[in-house]
Design a protein around this ligand. Structure first.
Ligand code: GDP
Ligand code: MG
Length: 437
């Protein structure tokens, strides 16, 4: 599997502390192959692996997992990020909210229309209403009618009219009069993109001003799915994508390609013909499906957590012995940085968010501190008391800061070290509290 292949690509690495240029190039080739296997288009796969390459370089290797496994995690996280990171919610706040369904013939529009109504009714407490605006096939109207009876949701039909705009408008009026909260309009598709279909659906859009336009696409159509998505988006500027037929053995690479080409969120997936075979789109689940490596990802997550815990325990020990040094300080800074930007982090502390709203805390302050520490020699980092006047000047020059800044950091570091020692010893902390005025 991919993880084994990456391990082989990484065999040069054994014994090195971090990932280097040579083995990343090999690895990236394997990742790209895996993505192409999962039906991600070439351009997307290439752009993606370039980003991964950059992220992977210089990353620390954990002893408890192999570099290949670690790379899988990097790739996975990047996939999640690219597919939007988080769940993208449907806009159903209006009363009623109008949802227009678009896509080619056979994509699964009518089926999804029923599924979505059922989902909104049973999971979101909404009162959905369906409109059958596919004027070309009476069978399509019957199909929606059958589904509506099955899920117990009303439907508007008009077997006589050939005008989807009139049908949509009449349907919305009826839905409003009956006090429904969501209107879902099912439309006609074609076998391929054609001008008349696009005009028709654009007209329905203009007349009904939908809050959501969902583009439904068959995930098994691979590369074609991407081209279709682009054509519909150019014309309709849709608000979200629905990927159907993910119950088959398709690996779902279309999700990544579509997202990267049209840059619209994927909101739902279809996983079967039944009315409950609908799921909200979760980028993390799709990432492990595309890679086929969910187990490796959770393995690395556990290893990283254990690694952090081990580090924390070692740090405690060092603090108690007053051996906390600049290396530890630097790794603490990196931990903080991993969690996001400083202002966001502080903003999460109750009461602080508002107070710092207009204050300019930039991450530059941290960059200076990092630069100063990086200009120290290993011996100096471990023994800060060695850093005399000459050394301070050298460090200031090396880091492009001033001697005043270096002095300030050293002073702060010394104070911090004292505080840490006190607080790591409950007996001493209590004594200090008692002595406070
Ligand atoms: P439309 O032409 O876009 O309205 O497509 P339909 O809703 O009529 O669906 C076309 C065919 O695909 C039907 O046979 C559906 O049962 C089937 N279908 C739709 N969604 C899914 C799905 O998520 N999984 C599977 N396996 N079949 C689906
Ligand atoms: Mg249909």
């Amino acid at each position: 599997n991919l993880s084994d292949k990456l391990d082989r690509a990484f065999k040069v690495l054994k014994g090195h502390g971090s990932i280097t240029e040579i083995n990343v190039a090999e690895t990236v080739k394997e990742v790209r192959k895996a993505l192409l296997d999962a039906d991600v288009n070439y351009k997307t796969a290439k752009a993606f692996t370039d980003t991964v390459k950059e992220k992977a370089l210089g990353m620390n290797v954990l002893t408890s997992v192999s570099p290949g496994q670690l790379m899988v995690k990097v790739v996975n996280d990047e996939l999640v990020e690219l597919m939007g990171g988080n769940v993208s919610e449907l806009d159903i706040k209006q009363n009623p909210s109008i949802i227009l369904i678009a896509g080619l013939n056979g994509a699964g529009k009518t089926t999804f229309t029923g599924k979505l109504a059922n989902y909104l009714k049973t999971q979101k407490g909404k009162k959905p209403f369906l409109v059958a605006a596919d004027v070309y096939r009476p069978a399509a109207i019957d199909q929606l009618k059958v589904l509506s009876e099955q899920i117990g949701v009303p439907v508007y039909t008009d077997y006589e009219s050939k005008d989807p705009v009139k049908i949509a408008e009449a349907g919305i009026a009826k839905a409003k009069a009956d006090g429904n909260t969501v209107v879902i309009i099912d439309t006609a598709g074609r076998l391929a993109i054609d001008e008349q279909m696009m005009n028709e659906i654009a007209d329905v859009k203009a007349a009904t001003k939908p809050h959501e336009i969902l583009f439904v696409v068959d995930s098994m159509t691979g590369q074609d799915a991407v081209n279709t998505a682009k054509a519909f988006n150019d014309r309709l500027d849709f608000t979200g994508v629905v990927l159907t037929k993910l119950d088959g053995d398709t690996r779902g690479g279309a999700a990544l390609s579509i997202k990267s080409v049209v840059n619209k969120p994927i909101k739902f997936i279809g996983t079967g013909e039944k009315m409950d075979a609908i799921d909200v789109f979760y980028p993390d689940r799709m990432a492990s499906r595309i890679l086929g490596m969910g187990d490796v990802v959770s393995l690395v997550e556990r290893a990283q957590q254990q690694f952090d815990e081990k580090q924390a325990a070692e740090l405690q020990k060092k603090i108690r012995k007053n051996k906390f040094d600049f290396n530890d300080f630097l790794s603490q800074l990196n931990q903080i940085k991993k969690m996001g930007n400083i202002k966001d982090l502080m903003g999460m502390i109750p009461g602080v968010g508002k107070a710092i709203k207009d204050v300019d805390i930039d991450d530059d302050a941290f960059k200076h501190i990092e630069a100063i520490i990086q200009s120290m020699t290993p011996t100096e980092r471990e023994n800060p008391e060695l850093i005399n006047g000459n050394r301070r000047q050298r460090i200031a020059n090396g880091s492009g800061t001033s001697i005043a800044e270096v002095n300030k950091l050293l002073k702060q570091f010394e104070d911090m070290r004292k505080m840490m020692k006190v607080f790591s010893d409950p007996g001493q902390a209590a004594k200090m509290m008692r002595n406070m005025p």
